[in-house]
Write a protein that binds this ligand. Structure first.
Ligand SMILES: NC(=O)c1ccc[n+]([C@@H]2O[C@H](COP(=O)([O-])OP(=O)(O)OC[C@H]3O[C@@H](n4cnc5c(N)ncnc54)[C@H](OP(=O)(O)O)[C@@H]3O)[C@@H](O)[C@H]2O)c1
Length: 300
């Protein structure tokens, strides 16, 4: 449990740090441009004064124009180039542009993986698969992942009411490397943070802090904190699934075949809005007291 670590100073999120670094760089660039402009103004006035009042001999010319005019002209071009670099090149090809390119690449990779996965599932169907349909292409796929009993029960007294190792493994495989958004009670139920995942915790308590999670107070902010993740996961519990359902594009639901006494529930899936695209049965065995189905739902 995390009971005695909650009031510590929050660590800075790498995304926030990158934004701060970018802002600093922009300020530095703009300050540099302004200094250049001032030096140009002073230098130009200096050149005019020197050429007009201090040089008594005939001023050399190029193409009939005095040399100092050429210098000011060349300098103005350099200043223009500087201005272009700061306001046009940086804007079009700066960090935001790099990030968009990166996101596009990730999105393409995701599509390719989805297509390959669909092909594999079609060509080599697993024995218990009832429906095998390739999940539809969707760049940012907000996904809710849960395990619920037949009556939608999720857990009791802050704990799960079953032990399904294969479902844990699947949860780990799907969520590793991603942002996981959860309610404060679910976060409190962890012994320690889940490795290789960015934890985002929702709480109404404005004084709540943690070294292990980004703390948010509404779902919009939580999803914004995961904006660079093509597939952020909402991992519960009951209150947060209810809050997250309107934002979700996909639900990975493990339907556990049993009725349990629970105090947190998964919200009802409205079949006029959601389509079951995949269902894979897992029988009960030595390690799994209950049978269950891995169901994948996508928004219609
Ligand atoms: N089977 C599964 O897949 C699964 C997955 C996850 C969890 N669970 C189980 O679910 C149970 C926990 O679920 P739960 O519903 O009791 O709690 P929860 O959803 O994990 O967390 C509820 C907390 O979230 C915060 N919250 C709720 N709505 C909010 C809003 N609109 N804005 C900001 N913060 C908000 C509040 O925190 P504050 O009180 O700090 O304000 C609230 O107390 C446990 O038994 C757990 O084991 C099961």
């Amino acid at each position: 449990m995390f009971s005695n670590k909650k009031k510590q100073t929050p660590g800075i999120d790498p995304d926030q740090k990158e934004m701060i670094d970018n802002a600093r760089l922009r300020i530095k660039q703009k300050r540099g441009l302004f200094s250049h402009f001032i030096v140009f103004l002073v230098g130009s006035v200096g050149l005019i004064v020197v050429s007009q009042f201090f040089i008594k001999s005939e001023i050399p010319q190029l193409l009939g124009i005095d040399w100092w005019i050429w210098i000011i002209f060349a300098w103005a071009l350099i200043l223009l180039y500087h201005l272009f670099k700061v306001y046009v090149t940086q804007k079009l090809l700066g960090p935001d542009w790099e990030k968009r390119q990166y996101d596009k690449l990730v999105s393409k990779q995701q599509d390719r993986i989805n297509k390959l996965q669909g092909k594999v599932e079609k060509d080599y169907p697993l024995p218990d698969a009832k429906v095998v349909i390739t999940p539809t292409k969707n760049y940012r796929e907000v996904t809710m992942i849960a395990a619920a009993g037949n009556d939608d029960g999720l857990g009791k007294d802050g704990q799960l009411v079953w032990h399904l190792p294969d479902d844990f493994k699947r949860f780990k495989r799907l969520t590793t490397g991603h942002h996981i958004i959860m309610g404060r009670k679910t976060f409190d139920s962890f012994d320690k943070p889940l490795p290789n995942r960015t934890h985002i915790v929702l709480t109404r308590d404005k004084s709540y802090t943690s070294d292990h999670a980004i703390i948010c107070h509404d779902m919009d902010t939580a999803l914004a904190a995961a904006s660079d993740d093509p597939q952020p996961f909402i991992i519960g519990g009951g209150e947060i699934y209810k809050l997250g359902l309107p934002y979700a594009d996909k639900i990975e639901l493990t339907r556990v075949h049993g009725s349990f006494t629970t105090d947190a529930h998964f919200p009802e899936i409205d079949e006029s809005k959601w389509k079951l695209v995949n269902s894979l049965h897992h029988p009960a065995d030595d390690k799994h007291k209950y049978s269950f189905d891995y169901e994948t739902w996508v928004r219609k």
